[in-house]
Structures are given as C-alpha cells and as structure tokens.
Design a protein around this ligand. Structure first.
Ligand code: 13P
Length: 289
C-alpha cells in the first residue's frame, strides 16, 4: 500500500539542487487526481496542499485523507507525495490533520503575537515528530487572502526566522512582499535582499506562498536564493474556470449529453494538468522524485 511521505526529504534535496517542489492546493477529487496523474506521468514529487476552507468544503480531515490516499493507491502513484495542511490556524487543527493521516502540516501562527507563534509551533513540531510528519512555520505574514485567511503582508525579520528555525521545523514561510491571490498591477515585486538574509538566518528550505502570477524571472531568482517550495492555488483555479467557461459558452453543454459532469469537468481537468506540467518545468522540479 502506498502512503504519503514526510516532505522533509524532498525539500532538503530541492534546496541542495536549487529547484523548488511544487505545492498545489486541492479542492476536490478531480483536482487531486489531475495533480497526482501529472506527478506520476512526469516522475515528479509534489505536495498536495489543503487549506482549512477546502477541508471544510470536502467534508473534513478524514474525507480528504481517505479520498487522496485511495487515489494514490488506485492510480498506483509511486512517486513520493506529501499531503500537507496549508495555513493551519491553530494547534488543534494541525493535530487533527496529523491524527487523520496528513504527512505534513503548516502551523500558521502569523496572526498571533510572536511568543504565541513560537509556543504553538513548538507544540506542533513535538506532535508531528512523533508521527514522522514535517512542519512548516510562518514568519511575518503573507499579504492578500487565502480561503478566508487574511494577511497584512508584513515582511519577516531575521530574528523571528532564526527563532522559528531553532524549534526543529522543516520548512519556513516568510513574508517577502508575496501575496495570495492576484498580484495588483502596482505590485513592486519580491524583496530579494530580504529573502537572501532570511534564508541564511534560518538555514531551512524556504517557502514561497502566493506562487500564482509571479513573473518567471522572479520565481527563478527566488529559487536561487533559497526558495525550495512554491505554493500555487489561484493559477490552477483560473485555468480550470477559463476552460469550463469556454466549454459552456461554446454551447457544448447543450449538445447531446454535454451536461454530463464528467464532460463538463474534462476541459478543466486537462487545463490543470497542462498548467501543473508548465509550473513543474518553471520550478525546475520536473522529473525529480
Ligand atoms: P496563490 O493562490 O496566490 O497561488 O497562493 C497559494 C498559496 O500560497 C497557498 O498557501
């Protein structure tokens, strides 16, 4: 039986090899299947990220684990895949995910005062270690909104990164002027000097949230400065929605059995697969497993 893996090994290798592991947020069975099939087809390790909002939408922690684990086995996915809680807002939420079978969690204590962030991260690391799961922490905040999680976009400090890294985490997300969702036209780009210093201070694989819509040159520069995991959600939602819009507006919905959900979703699924492959290539992880 195949199982989800702790993400530490894949991100450590990515840091050394100067590429980034893709974290793709999932929303339902079709999404999960499209990502897993592309990972297998291209022999690439990926991380399935699940936000608390998406978990609620799908029914709960156990449903998400049961569904994605069943796909891993039914589709015979042999490349290492991690199932990761994205932006866990509380210690309880992280523990629930780990108990249900997630192999990796993010404790996002960025909405707390720093002492509370440290305390929560420490507790999650201790719990996760017992289950051989990996832990991502957050310093500073990611701007914009991700499934109801709103951040002010506060740039992380070196001291905070060092303090979080010392707790035995495996990955560190730090605010470097990155934003969840679409980047505004007047966005002034990632703060590379900050990233460089934080990456040295933390000495951990760094995570770039808000991976959708960042110009390729900036993504690759960020990877060269220590980014080893890139989170993408909006971009897959956009291509999925655009493909389905095209299907509907072309009149196919009304043709023959065009209303069959398997037909309606098909172009969306194909669009996800294409975008996943394109991003794996951009992040340099294509074929790395
Ligand atoms: P985007 O929706 O901007 O791609 O961000 C995803 C993310 O960072 C998930 O944690």
């Amino acid at each position: 039986m195949h199982k989800f893996v702790n993400a530490k090994k894949m991100v450590d290798r990515a840091k050394l090899g100067k590429y980034a592991i893709a974290h793709f947020n999932i929303n339902n069975l079709e999404w999960t299947r499209a990502i897993l099939e592309t990972a297998q087809e291209t022999k690439t390790s990926v991380i399935l990220g699940v936000s608390e909002g998406a978990i609620k939408y799908m029914g709960g922690f156990n449903t998400v684990v049961a569904m994605s684990l069943a796909l891993l086995n039914d589709l015979n996915i042999t490349v290492p895949i991690a199932l990761h809680l994205d932006h866990g807002q509380s210690v309880i939420s992280c523990k629930k995910a780990l108990d249900a079978g997630f192999s990796s969690v993010m404790f996002d204590g960025s909405h707390l005062n720093f002492n509370e962030n440290i305390k929560g991260t420490k507790e999650v690391v201790m719990y996760a270690k017992k289950k051989n799961a990996s832990v991502e922490a957050e310093a500073g905040t990611i701007g914009g909104e991700e499934d109801g999680v709103i951040g002010s976009g506060e740039i992380a400090s070196e001291e905070d990164c060092k303090a979080l890294a010392a707790l035995g985490i495996d990955l560190l997300a730090a605010g470097i002027n990155n934003i969840h969702g679409k980047y505004p036209p007047n966005w002034d780009g990632l703060k590379f000097d900050v990233l460089k210093n934080l990456s040295v201070a933390a000495n951990k694989p760094m995570v770039l949230h808000g991976g959708s819509g960042i110009p390729k040159e900036q993504v690759q520069k960020a990877i060269s400065l220590g980014i080893s995991k890139i989170n993408v959600n909006t971009e897959l939602q956009e291509v999925f929605a655009a493909a389905i819009e095209k299907y509907v507006t072309s009149g196919k919905l009304k043709e023959d059995k065009g209303f069959d959900p398997r037909k309606v979703f098909k172009p969306g699924i194909e669009a996800i697969k294409l975008k996943v492959k394109e991003l794996l290539t951009e992040f340099g992880s294509l074929g790395k497993s």
